[in-house]
Structure formats: C-alpha cells, structure tokens
Design a protein around this ligand. Sequence first.
Ligand code: HEM
Length: 344
Amino acid sequence: MSYLLRLRELINKPSLVDFSGEYMALDQSDLPPLLIYDATLALELFKSKFLTPLNFIGYFKKLLRLSEGDLPTIDAIFEHAPIMLHGERHLIARKDFILQFKIIERDLMLFLPQYTQSFFREWASKKQLSPIEFTQNYIDGAFRGIFEKYLNIPYGGLPALPPKIFFLAHTLPNAGEAEDCLNDLKVFIDQRLEAQNRNASEAWALLAMLVLGFEPLEGALMFGLMRGEEVDIYNVENFLRESAPVNFLGRVATEDFTIGNFSVKTGQEIYISPVLIHQKSDLSSNGRKENFSFGKGLHTCVGQAISAKMAEHFFGELQKYSHLDFDINHVRSIRDFNLTFFKK
Ligand code: HEM
C-alpha cells in the first residue's frame, strides 16, 4: 500500500495509531514519510523554518495517477495565488489575501443572514432531505453570493461553481469536469475585472479561496448535521475543533534538522493530522484542548472568520427547523483529503 493510502487508513482508523508516541513512519523506506499526532511536536514543527508546504496538487495527481499536465487551471491557481508556497512570495500573497478577505467578510455579513433564512425556508418544504444536497447547495449559494458581491454582478449571474475537486474516489473525467468548470469561471471573472478596470490578480485569489475553502467548509457543516446529537454545534469554536475537516497538512524538509529526539532529513515528508492530534490530546489527562483544525504558524487558515460566520448562521437557523427530516441513514463519511460525505 502506498504511504498516501496508509496515511488515509490511519486517519480513518485511529485505533491503529499508538497514541503513547508522538509520530510514526508511514512506510519502511530509508526516508519514511512521518505522520505526526502529538500537539507539542506539531507546534514545534509549524515554527520550523526548515519545512515548506508540500505541493498537494502533486499529491492529488499522484494518487489519481494523473500526469503532470493534467489540471492546468488548478496548477495555475497555486502558481498565481502563491498562498500555499513558502518564503517571500507566500508572505506577499498572504497580505493581499487578508485584505481581500476583510472585504469579503464585510460583504458576507451584508447578505448571509438573509440568504440563510431564505435558503432554509425554501428547503423546509421538501420531504426527506438529503443532508449532502442540502449542505452543498447552502455552501454553493453562499460562495456564489460572495463572488457576485465581490465582482458587482447581479444575483444568479455567475457561471456554475466546480463540483468537488479533492476527492480520492474521483475518476479522471470528474477531475476534468472540475478543471473545466474552474477554467470557465476564471475566464468569466477575468472579463468582469477587465470591464471594471480592476487588477487581474484578484481572480486568482478568488479561485484559490474557492479551492481551499469550499470543501473543508462543506465537510464541517455536514459533520455538524450528521453528529448534531453528540456535538455542541452551537459552540462554533468547539464544533470546528471536533470536525477538523482538513485531515492532514503536508510539509517537506528543506534541510536536515532535529527537535529534541526527533530528526528529519532533507526531502523527508511530514504529515501533521489535526484530527489525530485532537484525539491524542483528548486521551491525555492534562489534555490541552488546543484547536489545530485551521493549522498553526505561517500558514494558518485565513478563512477562519468566514468559516465561523457560516457555521454560526447555518446552525443558528437549523435550530429553528427542528422538524426537518434529514435522511442521514443513507450517508457515510470518509476522512479523505478533506472530510467527505457520500450517499451509501
Ligand atoms: C471549516 C473550514 C476550514 C478549515 C478547517 C480550514 C483549514 C485550513 C488549514 C488546516 C489550513 C493550513 C494548511 C497548511 O498549513 O498546510 C488552511 C489554509 C488556508 N485556508 Fe482554510 N480552512 C477552512 C475554510 C477556509 C475558507 C472558507 C477559506 C476561504 C474563504 C480558506 C482559505 C484558506 C487559505 C487561503 C489558506 C492558505 C493560508 C496560507 O498558506 O498562508 N479556508 N485552511
């Protein structure tokens, strides 16, 4: 089994993990990729200047056995909105993102309450709701609202948003469909920005936001819908910690380095799993309840405030519709790239 599938197996079956340790090797090679599940070690690693984010598009292609040239728009998003890179380009891109996200957060608050109320009203009349369709449509509508406001276009004027992108069970045609959809969206946004004499780089940031934000947010809201009985979905901070929908953060060492007894060699890959870190912390008697769901350090998620707002409004409205009949028995989940739900 490839170490990437082993990683997925361990995240889905935490009983296979020896939580008395801090990390484990994912294969028997000379330079094994390491899976980290200890909070203290993870915090040290997040601070290390010798680790850089893995190209997770490369990871995705490897798993799907795609070739280098497949998914050019997705590649271009990461090249032109270098938010997941390291060093100077990342810092500059991050500053731009944060400014853009402030505008988006402000716009979101102008339409999210009204949008959420209308959405629930419309769906409440349906019998036996599919929780997957419900959540997907909610997030799709919210992101469309964000884009329409940002680009000053009328309601309903945006082309289709892409279907799920990072999903291991994809076949190449599905990955291709997401790629084509992203490309159409890019062409459309470029035209809008040009017509408004705006900076073309804004398009890449919007698309990066979609690619990085859409799926984890959907995973988190679905988790809440499915587990609302056990998890306090009204405490947004706790709920987002519990759901931890991004399953691992990949890094690669640019130099040999050591932290205490932990040594890493140049080129070695490291996978830090928020959900496993939370499980180990919860098992320990002095378990710190720190939240790793949004990552830590230089690459901490810039979409946290947006995610928290959406979760707050979604579950706040859901509370008023306690009679909704969600067909949850026909849904199963897997911790894939992100936490992902399917119809059984
Ligand atoms: C519950 C929802 C979300 C979760 C759990 C989540 C989680 C994460 C995590 C763990 C990282 C760090 C990745 C790493 O260190 O390798 C990250 C980065 C990022 N997220 Fe989120 N995210 C969520 C929603 C969003 C949303 C809604 C957006 C956009 C609106 C967004 C935009 C980003 C961006 C741009 C980065 C890259 C930051 C950087 O590299 O400097 N995320 N997210």
